[in-house]
Design a protein around this ligand. Structure first.
Ligand SMILES: [Zn+2]
Length: 419
């Protein structure tokens, strides 16, 4: 008996998870041997599914299921997600959005069904930012927004992105002109639809297998450096200290309390360090990260203004200085109603609720939204909704339902945004 589409998706995800930068767990950082092996496997599966496959200058794997030859000047409907991971991540984050459409195309091809448009699946080579501490590298190339200054950026071992790309030797790798030429012409696109594991508990708690994303929350990230005065832990009275770490602690609590005021707003201090600290010295410096997101840019910006002002007043009261560096903000990306409605229609036809929810996590669709209309189909995340973790999971039944829904969507898809 042939396995179901859902089971095949899970089996493929398990097979890919064996390519890892670490021994016991899944880490797949940009351009490592495990990443290259994953890329090669995706090429093979796409070819087996009846697609024409190429690798672009940043390492994206792009497969095309060519349109019915009877259709003149077909548009391109694009789907895809990333195949890199966070450190010790889950096997479905990103990969589900590549494997599901591959399995779907394989089934269409076996059944001899052609579509009235080119259907392109992109395995995005980099989204998580693990190796070079900058995310959306792959989608920024396709969207024509790659920052060439990043080629000089070094990983933890001092290898530049230019050298890493050069060693990978894809056609045009590390050549800025080739990276520019790899951008997609927006005029050819009908839209971009990404399938992704939800990475949260909303669908699970509602008992729903699938959901339609309304918008992808924008995020703003900062690095904050607090300076005080390092002095002796035994001889400096409590009221004479300028402790950078306790100042940073108060700032962290401010992020928490301010972001708790609005339901769609979230704020996180994920890194907090006392550089060269020691147990018997009052911290003279403390550095921490801040990540602030909201479904609406205005809500996020208002929170940021309050937090930045609060950080300065906490610093002043404690005799500290605080320097804040803003990492490039990513604006909120709304999904296109006409695409959401087409997804909703196929869900309803199957007797499922067309439940809509925002995405708090960033996705490749966020960058693609800069050049075309986008939509996202979320698949229920098991184990309480945990993600970026080896415990991340989905069921074969949900994968099957998502695949069948995606087949319906593709067969009914009309590149007509006025319907
Ligand atoms: Zn992802």
């Amino acid at each position: 008996m042939t396995p179901t589409l859902g089971q095949t998706i899970l089996d493929h995800a398990s097979a890919l998870a064996r390519f890892s930068d670490m021994e016991d767990g899944l880490t797949c950082a940009f351009l490592t041997p495990a990443h290259r092996a994953t890329q090669a496997q995706l090429v093979k599966w796409m070819e087996d599914a009846g697609m024409q496959v190429r690798i672009d200058a940043i390492g994206n794997v792009i497969g095309r299921y060519a349109a019915d030859p009877a259709v003149t000047e077909p548009k391109v409907l694009m789907t895809g997600s990333h195949f890199d991971t966070v450190r010790n991540g889950g096997r479905y984050d990103g990969r589900l959005g590549i494997l599901l459409p591959i399995v779907v195309v394989h089934a269409l091809n076996v059944a001899g069904i052609r579509l009235p448009y080119h259907f392109d699946i992109v395995g995005f080579a980099e989204e998580e930012g693990l190796r070079f501490k900058t995310s959306f590298l792959a989608s920024s190339v396709l969207a024509g927004r790659f920052d060439e200054a990043l080629l000089d950026r070094e990983d933890a071992d001092g290898i530049t992105m230019r050298d890493a790309l050069g060693a990978a030797a894809f056609p045009g790798a590390a050549d800025p002109a080739a990276l520019r030429a790899a951008a997609v012409d927006p005029a050819t696109l009908a839209g971009f639809v990404e399938v992704h594991i939800e990475q949260g508990p909303v669908l699970l708690n509602r008992g729903l297998p699938l959901g339609i994303v309304t918008q992808i929350a924008g995020s703003s990230r900062f690095q904050v450096r607090v300076e005080g005065l390092a002095s002796h832990a035994g001889t400096t009275p409590m009221d004479m200290r300028r402790d950078a770490a306790t100042g940073a602690a108060e700032m962290t609590l401010l992020v928490e309390s301010r972001c708790a005021q609005v339901p769609t707003l979230v704020g996180t201090v994920g890194q907090l360090q006392v550089p060269n600290g020691s147990s018997n010295v009052i911290p003279g410096a403390c550095v921490f990260s801040m990540d602030i997101r909201a479904g609406e840019d205005g809500i996020r910006e208002a929170a940021i203004a309050d937090i930045l002002a609060g950080i300065q007043s906490i610093a002043a009261r404690r005799g500290l200085t605080a320097t804040v560096d803003r990492v490039t903000p990513v604006n909120n990306a709304p999904c296109a109603r006409w695409l959401m409605d087409q997804l909703g229609a196929v869900l309803k036809k199957r007797g499922l609720e067309a439940f809509e929810l925002p995405s708090g996590a960033g996705h490749d669709a966020m960058m693609m939204q800069r050049i075309t209309d986008v939509a996202m189909l979320f698949v229920r995340c098991g184990n309480g909704g945990i993600s970026h973790n080896p415990l991340e999971t989905i069921t074969a039944e949900d994968a099957q339902l998502a695949a069948e829904t995606f087949v319906d969507f593709l067969r009914h898809f009309r590149a007509d945004r006025t319907n």
